[in-house]
Design a protein around this ligand. Structure first.
Ligand SMILES: *[C@@H]1O[C@H](CO)[C@@H](O)[C@H](O)[C@H]1NC(C)=O
Length: 286
């Protein structure tokens, strides 16, 4: 227990230097970018309707605003009918809220989980290690989130390309009755900016890569790849822990209490986690 406390005081923020901890931090940062750029979006397009025979009723700058969650069929605007100041009320086409909301929901939950996981790694390492339950849950949740990031980012990427079509000023003109009359001139004044939403898709797929990559590092924490818990079946808990740390010295540096940080210096730690050191540990198990 003493060594455990030592680890907490010495190695508290060292955990963030491990791949698992470091990637968790990136995960919640990238999740913030993903849901902020998507959920905070609002855009505007502008079209012009120039009534040749009835100049007075022309409107050369009809602004149409839309925003997350992209229920475009609820976005209304007014366009002149080029017929004695009468106007028509129109709506954009399409509802992309399910994909957009799915994406933002996954991003928010991924943010909460990776933030919570970071806190657990730093302050509750012993609880995390207990009965191997922490790594096990962590592994399952990480796999699920990796999959969810892939699905939601793909769905959102598809929805975004549809939103781009539905809010293209050239497409919107086709909805306006006056533009179907040859004597009137319609034009696109300005299209929406897409940089924010493009960024959200990029961060969605980056998050997928991060979570998928982290599956391996969480998997290592479970110990399964070395024969795992099955090897210790029947042994009392203390003995398990002891055997575990003796037989797998390269596991110490993770969240174990056996002094990867506290006692044994940087040399051992470096060899455990340097890119050069890792492949040897894989070859051992083969
Ligand atoms: C043109 O349309 C905008 C709405 O986009 C409206 O605010 C403005 O008053 C209209 N202008 C004229 C001249 O009707």
């Amino acid at each position: 227990m003493e060594s455990a406390n030592q680890l907490v005081s010495v190695g508290t923020f060292q955990v963030l230097k491990l791949p698992l901890g470091f990637i968790r931090v990136l995960e919640w940062l990238f999740a913030i970018f993903a849901f902020a750029t998507c959920g905070g979006y609002s855009g505007q397009l502008r079209v012009s309707v120039d009534c040749q025979l009835d100049k007075a009723s022309s409107n050369l700058s009809i602004g149409i605003d839309f925003a997350y969650p992209f229920r475009l069929h609820q976005v209304s605007f007014e366009a002149p009918l080029c017929d004695g100041r009468r106007r028509e009320s129109l709506f954009l086409i399409g509802d992309y809220s399910s994909s957009a909301e799915f994406f933002v929901t996954i991003a928010v939950f991924a943010f909460l989980y990776s933030l919570m996981a970071t806190v657990v790694y730093i302050f509750f390492q012993n609880k995390y290690r207990e009965n191997n339950r922490g790594p096990l849950i962590d592994f399952i949740v990480t796999v699920v989130f990796a999959f969810m990031w892939l699905v939601s980012s793909s769905a959102w990427a598809q929805a975004l390309s549809d939103v781009k079509v539905a809010t293209d000023p050239d497409e919107v003109q086709e909805l306006i009755s006056a533009c179907k009359v040859m004597t009137n001139k319609c034009g696109s004044v300005q299209g929406p900016r897409w940089s924010g939403l493009n960024t959200s898709v990029v961060f969605g797929f980056l998050n997928f890569v991060l979570w998928a990559g982290n599956i391996w590092f969480v998997f290592k924490e479970t110990g399964w790849h070395k024969g795992g818990p099955a090897r210790y079946a029947g042994a009392p808990p203390e003995k398990q822990a002891a055997t575990f740390s003796q037989q797998q010295p390269y596991n110490q540096g993770s969240f174990d209490q056996s002094g990867g940080y506290s006692g044994q210096g940087d040399r051992e730690q470096a060899s455990e986690y340097s890119p050069v050191g890792e492949p040897t540990s894989y070859s051992n198990q083969m």
